[in-house]
Design a protein around this ligand. Sequence first.
Ligand code: DX5
Ligand code: ZN
Length: 228
Amino acid sequence: MSFDRSIKIAPSILSADFANFGAEIQAIEAQGADWVHVDVMDGHFVPNLTFGPPAVKAFRPHVKTVMDVHLMITPVDPYIQAYADAGADVLTAHVEAGPHTHRTLQAIRAAGMKAGVALNPGTPAEAVEQLLDLTDLVCVMTVNPGFGGQKFIDMTNKVRRLREMIGDRPVHIEIDGGVDPQTAPLVAAAGADVLVAGSAVFKGGSVENPGVYGENIKAVRAAAESAL
Ligand code: DX5
Ligand code: ZN
């Protein structure tokens, strides 16, 4: 994975057909997705439960781009190797998931993956200030995690602050939650480069009608790029 700060659209398969992940992943990648965002939820850190390492391993052969795994779980450390074995390219842990995020990020990198750290809406940017040399991606949640289709919570000031703190380090700023053509320009202008979008990409489309996915991806990308 080479680093560049161009806008990347990472559809979240949380909004996909749960009975057809392989075909859905192939469809969004064929329709222009840059990354595939995989939302792992444990029903403990967040009030929802999705899937774990065996499912992520099954997704892997269908992902030709980047498998961006977002862990909404606690604890994280006991599962890092399982997600490395499952083929995650990026593995993101929540700073709120435990007291030793510094060690978690070291362990993710040691397992051969890019390390991400995620911040819930109530967590200040400063929470990751000491972690920026250990991370490849900061994920700014713009919804309270657990569900797709929620209303965007404006975090542009946090994004701007992070952009300042990161400086010229090769660290992506990812936005996750409520991203659509209306909200994408706000966060792109503030310095975000990876945009997760679930409902905004999957709405109105299907594996049988994937062109809608392509139109939705193009709309989010164009809106973000128009703000640069
Ligand atoms: C929420 C997940 C997000 C969510 C985004 O907990 O982390 O990735 O799926 O979905 P939308 O884009 O519909 O808000
Ligand atoms: Zn996510």
